[in-house]
Design a protein around this ligand. Structure first.
Ligand SMILES: Cc1cc2nc3c(=O)[nH]c(=O)nc-3n(C[C@H](O)[C@H](O)[C@H](O)COP(=O)(O)OP(=O)(O)OC[C@H]3O[C@@H](n4cnc5c(N)ncnc54)[C@H](O)[C@@H]3O)c2cc1C
Length: 605
C-alpha cells in the first residue's frame, strides 16, 4: 500500500504544517505588516525545509545514542556528551537558526515567531535532548533583548546568536522548586557596580558542557534588604568566563559543576547542580561568582517570567513534537505489522491483516492524531499571537493579543504535556511488546515527554496559575477575550451549517459552562475549595480550547476534498465525541466546590 504523503517523514507531517500555517493561520499575509514587509511565503517555506533537512540529517541520527550514553563527567572534570552533539548544534548555529526570530541588529533573521516555532519543531521532534541547548540559548537571549541594557545585549546576546555563547536559566534550588520565594542564593553588591553570588542551583539544564566558548547563566538570587518572598529576588547574568572589554574571554568565574542529575529521559540535555561562589576560582583575586544585574534590583522574577513564559510555550511545543513523532511511528508500524484477522473473517488460513485494520488500533491512532494535531494547532496559534503582539499596527489589538497569550500560556504548557504524553503511551500500545523494547523509538519518546508536566512549573502549578491568576486578572478580561475568540468561531460554524454547526453548538455549550463555573466558583469567596480543584479546571479549559482549535481546523478544511481533509474532519469528530464531554464532570467538581481532596487528612492515607 502506498503511504500517504503525511507519513514520508516520521518526525512531523510537512503536509499538516502547511495546512496549519498557510490554510489556517494564513502566514503569507504577515508580509502585509511593516515588520515583515521584506518577507514572503517562499522564504518561510525555505526556512522550514532547511529545518527539516538539518533536523533529519544532524539531530535525528544521534537521538538514541545520546539517550543510551547519558552525559557523564570525565577524568578531567569536564562534561562528556556523545560526539555528534557539538557538530549538530554548530550546524544549527551556522544556519543562523539561533536568531530565527531575533532582530537583524543582533544578527537575527527577524522572522515571525510562528515560523520560528514551526522550524524548531523539526529539531524537537528529531532530538529533544540536543535541541535543549539552542532552546535555552534562544530563551536567555530573548530575555536579555527584552530587559537587558544595550551593553549587555552587545556583550552577551550577539555571541549567543552567533552560537559562541550558550545560555541557561538558573531558578531552582534543592529546597525551592515550585516556591521560588524560598531561594537562598544571595548576591552581594560590589563597589564597582557588579555583584558576587553565593549559593547552589539544582536541576540546571545545559549548566556545564564544552559545546560553546562560554555559558551565560541567568541566575535568580536575593539581595540584602530585598524583603521576604519573591519581591526580594533579582536577576543576574553570571558567565562561566568573564568577558573583557574587547569581547575576548577573561578569567574563569567562580561557578562550578557540583554534579549531574541522572534522569529518566531527556538525557541528551545535560542536567547539573551548580555551585556559585565556592571559591574554586577567584576572579579578581576574590571568592564569589561575578554577576551583573539585569534591569532593576528586586524585579528579577518579573524579568525571569519573560523567559519562563516563552519556555512554557516552548515546553508545550516540545511535548507536541514528541507526541507527533511517536504518532507517526505508530502509524507506520500499524500499517506494516500483520497480526490477526478481522472479526468478520472466518477462515483461519486467510492472511493476517495489518493491525491498522483493527478498530481498537484505529481508535488508538485516531486519539493520537487528535491530541498531537490539536496540540500543534495550539502552539502555533500562540506563536501567531506573539507575532500579533509584536507586529500589529493597532495598539489595542496588540494589547489584546498579549492578554490572550497570557491566559493561554498555562494551557499551552500543560495540555500538550499531558495529552501528547498520552499519545506516546498509546504509541507504545500500538507497538505491543515491541513498543516496550528499546529497539523502537517510542519508549524513549515516552520517557522524554514525561518531563514536560514537571519542569517550567508543574501541572498543578499551571492549574493554580490559570484559575488563581489568569482568568481573574484585569477583572476577567483575559478569559473574556478567549470567550470572544471562541464565540467568533462558533458563529462561523453556525453559518457554515451542517456538521460544523452541530460541533459549534457543542463547543458553545462547553464554553458557556466554563464561564458559568468560573464566575460561580469565584463568586463563592471560598478560595481553598476553588483552588483545590484547579487542576480539573485546567484540564477542562484545555479541552475546551483544543476543541475550539479543532473546530477552527474543521472550518479551514470545509468544502475541501481528499484524504487529508477527511482525516482532519474525522479527528475533529473524535475529539468532540470522545474528549470534549470529559469537561462536564471536571467542571462539576468546581461547581460543587468539591472538598474530597481538600478534606483528606494525612493520617487517613
Ligand atoms: C530534567 C529537569 C530539568 C530542569 N531544568 C531546569 C532548569 O534548567 N532551570 C531551573 O531553574 N529549573 C529546572 N528544573 C526544575 C524544575 O523547574 C522543578 O523541578 C519544578 O519547578 C518543580 O520543583 P520541584 O522539583 O522542587 O518539585 P516541588 O516544587 O517540590 O513539587 C513537588 C510536587 O508538589 C506539588 N506542589 C508544590 N507546591 C505546590 C503548591 N503550592 N500547590 C499545589 N501543589 C504544589 C507540585 O505540583 C509537585 O507535584 C528542571 C527539572 C528537571 C526534572
Amino acid at each position: 500500500m502506498a503511504l500517504a504523503a503525511s507519513t514520508t517523514s516520521t518526525l512531523l507531517s510537512r503536509r499538516d504544517l502547511r495546512f496549519l500555517l498557510h490554510e489556517w493561520l494564513g502566514v503569507e499575509r504577515l508580509s502585509e505588516r511593516p515588520r515583515y514587509a521584506d518577507q514572503s511565503a517562499e522564504l518561510y517555506d525555505d526556512v522550514l525545509e532547511l529545518a527539516e533537512q538539518l533536523a533529519s540529517d544532524k539531530f535525528a541520527p544521534h537521538n538514541r545514542s545520546a539517550d543510551a550514553a547519558e552525559p557523564s563527567i570525565g577524568a578531567d572534570g569536564r562534561v562528556v556528551l556523545v560526539p555528534e552533539v557539538k557538530p549538530a548544534v554548530q550546524a544549527f548555529a551556522d544556519a543562523g537558526l539561533l536568531g530565527t526570530t531575533m532582530p537583524e541588529s543582533v544578527g537575527g533573521m527577524g522572522l515571525p515567531h510562528v515560523i520560528g516555532s514551526a522550524a524548531f519543531a523539526w529539531f524537537q521532534a528529531a532530538n529533544v535532548g540536543t535541541s535543549g541547548y539552542p532552546f535555552l540559548t534562544v530563551g536567555a537571549a530573548n530575555l536579555l533583548l527584552a530587559n537587558g541594557s544595550r551593553e549587555q545585549i552587545e556583550t552577551w546576546v550577539t555571541p549567543m546568536v552567533e552560537g559562541r555563547f550558550f545560555g541557561t536559566m538558573c531558578l531552582s534550588e534543592t529546597q525551592a522548586g515550585s516556591s521560588l520565594a524560598d531561594i537562598t542564593t544571595r548576591a552581594e553588591p560590589q563597589a564597582d557596580g557588579t555583584y558576587r553570588l553565593f549559593g547552589t542551583k539544582m536541576w540546571i539544564s545545559g549548566g556545564d558542557h564544552e559545546l560553546s566558548e562560554n555559558i551565560v547563566h541567568l541566575v535568580l538570587a536575593k539581595l540584602p534588604g530585598g524583603g521576604a518572598g519573591v519581591k526580594g529576588i533579582s536577576l543576574f547574568i553570571v558567565p562561566r568566563f568573564l568577558v573583557e572589554e574587547d569581547g575576548s574571554l577573561g578569567a574563569r568565574n567562580d561557578v562550578v559543576l557540583a554534579g549531574l542529575n541522572h534522569k529518566m529521559g531527556y538525557r541528551g540535555t545535560v542536567n547539573t547542580v551548580l555551585g556559585f561562589g565556592e571559591g574554586t576560582y577567584q576572579p579578581g583575586g576574590q571568592r564569589g561568582a561575578v554577576g551583573y544585574v539585569v534591569g532593576e534590583e528586586h524585579r528579577g522574577l518579573t524579568y525571569m517570567f519573560h523567559m519562563m513564559n516563552e519556555a512554557r510555550v516552548g515546553v508545550g511545543l516540545g511535548a507536541t513534537c514528541l507526541g507527533y513523532t511517536g504518532y507517526l511511528k505508530a502509524l507506520r508500524y500499524a500499517r506494516e505489522r500483520p497480526q490477526g484477522r478481522l472479526l468478520t473473517a472466518r477462515d483461519p488460513s486467510s492472511p493476517q491483516v495489518p493491525i491498522i485494520e483493527h478498530a481498537d488500533v484505529k481508535r488508538m491512532l485516531l486519539a493520537q492524531k487528535a491530541y498531537v494535531e490539536g496540540a500543534l494547532a495550539l502552539v502555533l496559534y500562540c506563536g501567531k499571537l506573539l507575532d500579533d503582539e509584536q507586529s500589529l499596527e493597532d495598539e489595542e489589538a496588540r494589547a489584546k493579543a498579549h492578554l490572550l497569550l497570557d491566559v493561554l500560556t498555562p494551557i499551552t504548557k500543560s495540555w500538550p504535556s499531558q495529552w501528547c504524553l498520552e499519545a506516546n503511551w498509546l504509541a507504545i500500545q500500538v507497538h505491543g511488546g515491541y513498543g516496550y523494547a528499546r529497539e523502537y523509538d517510542v519508549e524513549q519518546h515516552y520517557r522524554d515527554n514525561r518531563l514536560n508536566p514537571i519542569h517550567e512549573g508543574t501541572h498543578g502549578i499551571q492549574g493554580l496559575d490559570l484559575l488563581g491568576r489568569k482568568v481573574t486578572m484585569q477583572g476577567g478580561a483575559g478569559l473574556g477575550l478567549l470567550a470572544e475568540a471562541i464565540g467568533v468561531t462558533v458563529k462561523r460554524a453556525t453559518s457554515a451549517g451542517g456538521e460544523a454547526a452541530v460541533l459549534g453548538e457543542q463547543l458553545g455549550a462547553a464554553l458557556q459552562l466554563l464561564l458559568e463555573v468560573t464566575a460561580q466558583a469565584w463568586g463563592s469567596g471560598e478560595v481553598a475549595p476553588v483552588l483545590a480543584n484547579a487542576t480539573a479546571y485546567l484540564e477542562a479549559a484545555g479541552h475546551t480550547v483544543v476543541a475550539w482549535l479543532w473546530l477552527e481546523q474543521w472550518l479551514a478544511a470545509d468544502g475541501k476534498e481528499g484524504d487529508f481533509y477527511d482525516g482532519k474532519r474525522q479527528a475533529a469528530r473524535y475529539f468532540f465525541r470522545t474528549e470534549l464531554p470529559k469537561t462536564g464532570p471536571q467542571l462539576d467538581l468546581l461547581a460543587h466546590l468539591d472538598r474530597t481532596s481538600l478534606d483528606m487528612q494525612d493520617a487517613w492515607f
